[in-house]
Design a protein around this ligand. Structure first.
Ligand SMILES: [Zn+2]
Length: 214
């Protein structure tokens, strides 16, 4: 089976979304003193490659434990908008060429190529979805939208969260900070796996994201 890992590495002082908790991976038990090695992780639920569920934005929204594991696995349409530059908007026109693939898919996976800048200053200036483009994806019956940036909405000018509002209020999941989408072949079909930790009433969770060619 051809499997492509789409996950950023979790490590101490990695980049996090502005105002999110810092990440620490600390040794608690070590081989030279203890019988084994155990690390302690300190991080927010939206660390690195992660999933957002409706409770993230909606007080009455569903949480991680309201979903079966099958909700996080599905056929995905890869949408290549890697010609977009700093802070540029992704419009309906950019998505429409992929309309046929989107209609046949459970998930829409948007490739900007900005994972190249993860852990650098430029990462905050990523392209983002227009409100109309988010409404378009919703109208296509998509169950999850993934992207290789901090957010589906602008992080540089974070004055609105239109895409988050539209998706999370319609039970459409979001995966952010994907990596390695350039390793996928636009002409091939993939099942995407974005399975979170089973956190009771969780609003989000890091995932080990990968694509399996079918
Ligand atoms: Zn998030």
């Amino acid at each position: 089976m051809n499997i492509i890992d789409l996950t950023n590495v979790i490590e101490t002082d990695m980049t996090v979304y502005p105002s999110d908790p810092e990440v620490k991976v600390e040794e608690v038990l070590i081989h030279s003193k203890d019988h084994c090695h155990v690390d302690k992780l300190t991080m927010g639920t939206h660390t690195g490659t992660h999933i957002d569920v409706p409770f993230h934005f909606n007080n009455n929204g569903k949480t991680i434990t309201d979903y079966g594991v099958e909700s996080f696995i599905g056929r995905g349409a890869l949408i290549d908008v890697s010609y977009k530059k700093n802070n540029e908007v992704i419009f309906i026109d950019d998505l429409e060429p992929f309309g046929e693939a989107i209609l046949k898919s459970d998930f829409a996976v948007i490739k900007t190529g900005y994972d190249e800048y993860f852990n650098s200053e430029k990462y905050i200036s990523h392209p983002y979805l227009s409100k109309e483009a988010a409404v378009y994806l919703k109208s296509m019956g998509i169950k999850l939208v993934g992207i290789d940036t901090f957010s589906l909405d602008s992080t540089y000018n974070n004055d609105n969260f239109d895409a988050h509002d539209i998706f999370l209020s319609n039970d459409i999941l979001i995966v952010e900070n994907l990596a390695n989408l350039d390793k996928l072949d636009i002409n091939k079909n993939y099942i995407f796996h974005f399975v979170p930790l089973k956190i009771k009433n969780g609003d989000g969770s890091p995932v080990r994201a990968y694509a399996a060619e079918v």
